[in-house]
Design a protein around this ligand. Structure first.
Ligand SMILES: NC(=O)c1ccc[n+]([C@@H]2O[C@H](COP(=O)([O-])OP(=O)(O)OC[C@H]3O[C@@H](n4cnc5c(N)ncnc54)[C@H](OP(=O)(O)O)[C@@H]3O)[C@@H](O)[C@H]2O)c1
Length: 304
């Protein structure tokens, strides 16, 4: 029996998540090294989706976990469905959600995933079907918790009205350079910026756990901004703060996201252990109020 209530946040201690979108074609020994490095750094939360590498990412991950002898209960596995790669549409039908989640479990070689996210909003969704699919997956023990991805606060609120389970997560694109969620609040009421959503405020009010994907990209799979000559000002500031806090520029970029009181989890997609170690330095620092704002401005935004 599910009691519908506001979300309480899960896995708050995990502020960095290892995204597995890019591991599909990596040699198994490299994937094992990456996962072991993550665990050694205290990162035990892994993000997947049924479409990553057309399912291959989940399979490679499962093989690595098996060969490393990692206990299933010691890690958190999240995956997503709702993008139908075969038809090139978004699909939140009951059949699609159940069938795709069943395949996810097979590929991951596990009885359950800790979290299922619906990847991108299906404009034609029928809430009753989503609700029935969630009941099925929860009652069978296949999924422990649910959330969304790439959805606005209005979409979340609307869906929550019809779903019996708390929608605890929303995974959205967010970085120092791709920071519209912050801009929306800071530049409210300015003619220069027309916000359509206030997701950060909604998440804080309703205890929704936000996850930031592509934390090093400047736009939708555009450019990595770190050490990119296209973005001199932000790189100058990152260099200065890396020196000041004695960490990498990657860590400063992640620390900038973590400094916001919405308490983001940052989903990083590196496939390199050495890079992951640099990123994880973010766990040990907190940017000052002044440094946070200076970086925001160096990333090209103005304060009205
Ligand atoms: N919900 C969604 O719609 C959605 C969409 C996209 C991604 N995601 C999730 O978010 C995760 C992260 O996404 P992402 O991989 O696009 O994010 P990212 O961590 O911003 O980018 C990682 C990519 O950038 C490269 N890179 C180059 N220079 C880098 C530097 N200095 N620091 C860090 N990375 C650098 C990495 O290469 P190396 O591998 O060589 O380090 C890797 O290919 C994915 O794995 C996936 O789980 C979710």
């Amino acid at each position: 029996m599910i009691i519908k209530r506001r979300s309480t946040m899960l896995y708050r201690d995990q502020n960095i998540i290892l995204g597995c979108m890019r591991i599909a074609d990596k040699p198994i020994e490299e994937v094992k090294d990456l996962i072991q490095t993550a665990l050694d750094l205290g990162i035990n939360f892994f993000d997947h989706a049924n479409i990553y590498g057309q399912g291959k990412s989940e399979k490679v991950f499962a093989k690595a976990i098996d060969e490393l002898g990692i206990d299933r209960s010691s890690i958190i596995i999240q995956s997503k469905c709702g993008i139908d790669a075969k038809t090139g549409t978004y699909n939140f039908s009951k059949t699609h959600i159940i069938e795709e989640t069943t395949k996810i479990l097979e590929r991951l070689n596990t009885d359950y995933i800790d979290i299922l996210l619906l990847h991108r909003p299906d404009a034609l969704m029928d809430f009753r079907e989503v609700n029935e699919a969630f009941h099925y997956l929860f009652d069978k023990g296949m999924v422990k918790a649910f959330g969304l991805s790439n959805q606005s606060s209005t979409q979340m609120e609307m869906m929550q009205k019809y779903i019996d389970f708390p929608l605890r997560f929303n995974q959205v694109q967010f970085s120092l350079m791709h920071s519209q969620l912050i801009d929306a609040g800071l530049q409210y009421n300015m003619g220069t910026f027309h916000s359509q959503d206030f997701l950060l405020e909604y998440a804080r009010t309703n205890q929704i756990q936000l996850q930031a994907w592509s934390p090093f990209f400047s736009g939708f799979f555009e450019d990595i901004f770190i050490d990119n000559p296209k973005f001199p000002e932000v790189n100058e500031k990152l260099d200065e703060l890396a020196l000041k806090y004695d960490v990498s520029k990657e860590a400063i970029s992640v620390a900038w996201i973590l400094r916001h009181p919405v308490n983001f989890q940052v989903v990083v997609g590196t496939t390199r252990s050495d890079r992951l170690k640099k990123i994880a330095q973010a766990k040990h620092i907190q940017l000052s109020h002044q440094d946070w704002y200076d970086l925001y401005k160096a990333s090209g935004k103005i304060l009205p």
